[in-house]
Design a protein around this ligand. Sequence first.
Ligand SMILES: O=C(O)c1cc(=O)[nH]c(=O)n1[C@@H]1O[C@H](COP(=O)(O)O)[C@@H](O)[C@H]1O
Length: 229
Amino acid sequence: MSPILVALDYPDSAAALALADRLDPSQCRLKVGKELFTCAGPAVLEALHKRGFEVFLDLKFHDIPNTASKAVKAAAELGVWMVNVHASGGRRMMEACRGVLEQRTGPNPLLIAVTVLTSMERSDLAEIGLDLDPLDQVRRLAQLTHDSGLDGVVCSAQEVSLLREQLGSAFSLVTPGIRPLDSDKGDQRRIVTPPQAMAMGSSYLVIGRPITQAPDPARALQAIIDSLA
Ligand SMILES: O=C(O)c1cc(=O)[nH]c(=O)n1[C@@H]1O[C@H](COP(=O)(O)O)[C@@H](O)[C@H]1O
């Protein structure tokens, strides 16, 4: 199994399943985010599970502890492999989310927290009142996530080597903002190529448009996997 999580950012389940049918569940996992889940709901997860894929449900819960933790529990009951929250929801929110999973019997998803979105750079942080380098905020939120007992964080691969030193090898580092050299940056800002991201210590690479918008997505995925060898 490769470390690649393909982001199924599609407006309906037909388009998402058409792509899934061109991919091999032994080669990648799939990510279902806000757009697809809002239009297609839990049925699309069931359809992907039936095809043998493990799914990262990326809804980035960010709410009061009671609400966020109940949403995490509902996600766990859908049988997903990974689920996420925003670390900026704070320690009590993250501990409550971990707590509901500990109370369940049966398999639990990996629970990870988004630090600073990979679409943000220093000037974006300044506008929301955080006058600091994204790296410093990522390190702070990753430490808080770790201390709250979660399994890992979402960050840019640009931050991965320092986080590995800070938090050790067992902590999952999930990195979007991945761009092969020949692909468009789009709205992403803190980007890294797939081989660099792996070399720096990413656990998983989240890749959307460089695969889904390619003329032949299965080939684009294979080329990225080959580039990691
Ligand atoms: O949590 C995420 O997956 C995520 C966090 C983040 O900081 N940046 C980020 O791009 N993502 C997601 O990763 C995917 C990246 O897609 P592409 O930019 O098309 O490769 C999208 O589905 C985003 O929602």
